[in-house]
Write a protein that binds this ligand. Structure first.
Ligand SMILES: Nc1ncnc2c1ncn2[C@@H]1O[C@H](COP(=O)(O)OP(=O)(O)OP(=O)(O)O)[C@@H](O)[C@H]1O
Length: 286
């Protein structure tokens, strides 16, 4: 096993996963810096969810390594991985799976109470997070009384309330209208940035890349540098323009999205990107 770089909160090398014999990830490597917002983009079925599930220890790759803060996740027992997910990670699904019998405030307080915090303390923290996400007035409402965009913001508050090291957000805006999508994404990324929380954000929505520090693009389970699809770049043929990295041959730094297409920033640049134009140029719309 090769130890990961110290400054990567998450690091994965040459991940291989198959589902029922079909490849879902083929030699994907990456590193994620602390506090970074990484967008994982790609068309449907390209392996985004599978990658997030591997990185958070929910799914063990058939080959490859996953490290969190220089600790190997792929060699942990299921119980230890479960504890890691509970204590250090947050997860946001496309659909906000809230407990229908509980109010929004109680839903957000729940992860704290499950960790042993007092009811009063948990409710107070939940209220603060709901306020930060501009839905403080929803605290006493049950999920069915809320619009979907507000329910999703409750789910985001629930993921943030424990102040995890990393939040994995899998298509968090998939069921929302365009205006709500932008609002929810900004809410998540702004809250994460202000609290130094690392975010790995899977989406096939091009707008996501514009809010991220860096973009990693998947196509058919492999990392690619650029993907030009029909209708986006009429002058190029989709089949001939996807530049595929050599899977597993290099370390996580290889083939960063920024290297060829000039998106948000390369792995080593750190801090906020100043080339919004570059981000827009790299984003994938499918
Ligand atoms: N549990 C599963 N059983 C069988 N095949 C699966 C399973 N999960 C994913 N797959 C397949 O693995 C490939 C990658 O799927 P994955 O969900 O990771 O992609 P994705 O990019 O997240 O797609 P989407 O945007 O539709 O969520 C796809 O071909 C998918 O059909």
């Amino acid at each position: 096993m090769v130890a990961p770089p110290d400054n990567d909160v998450l690091w994965a090398r040459a991940l291989h996963v198959t589902h029922n014999g079909s490849p879902a990830l083929t030699g994907v490597s990456l590193g994620v810096r602390e506090g970074e917002i990484l967008a994982v983009t790609g068309p449907r079925g390209s392996g985004k969810t599978t990658l997030l599930r591997c990185l958070c220890g929910q799914l063990l790759p058939e080959q490859g390594e996953v490290w969190f803060n220089s600790t190997p996740v792929h060699t942990m027992s299921p119980v230890v991985r479960e504890r890691l997910r509970r204590d250090r990670f947050g997860w946001i699904d496309p659909e906000p799976h809230l407990v229908p019998e509980l109010t929004a405030g109680e839903n957000v307080a729940l992860p704290l109470m499950l960790r042993g915090a007092s009811h009063r303390e948990s409710k107070a923290s939940a209220g603060e997070w709901l306020d930060r996400l501009d839905i403080g007035d929803c605290a006493r409402k049950r999920p069915h009384a809320l619009l979907q965009a507000k329910r999703q913001r409750v789910a985001i508050a629930r993921a943030l309330v424990t102040m995890p090291s990393v939040i994995f957000a899998d298509e968090p805006t998939a069921p929302l209208h365009r205006a709500d999508r932008a609002h929810v994404l900004r809410t998540l990324t702004t809250a994460a940035r202000s609290h130094g929380i690392t975010v790995v954000l899977a989406s096939h929505d091009a707008e996501v890349a514009a809010l991220a520090d860096r973009t990693l693009t998947l196509l058919d389970g492999r990392r690619v540098n650029t993907v030009h699809l029909p209708g986006l770049k009429e002058t190029e043929e989709a089949a001939g323009t996807a530049e595929t990295d050599e899977p597993g041959a290099d370390g996580p730094g290889a083939g960063e999205a920024g290297a060829a297409a000039g998106p948000a920033r390369s792995a080593g640049s750190g801090g906020d990107s100043d080339d919004a134009e570059g981000r827009a140029a790299c984003s994938l719309s499918v």
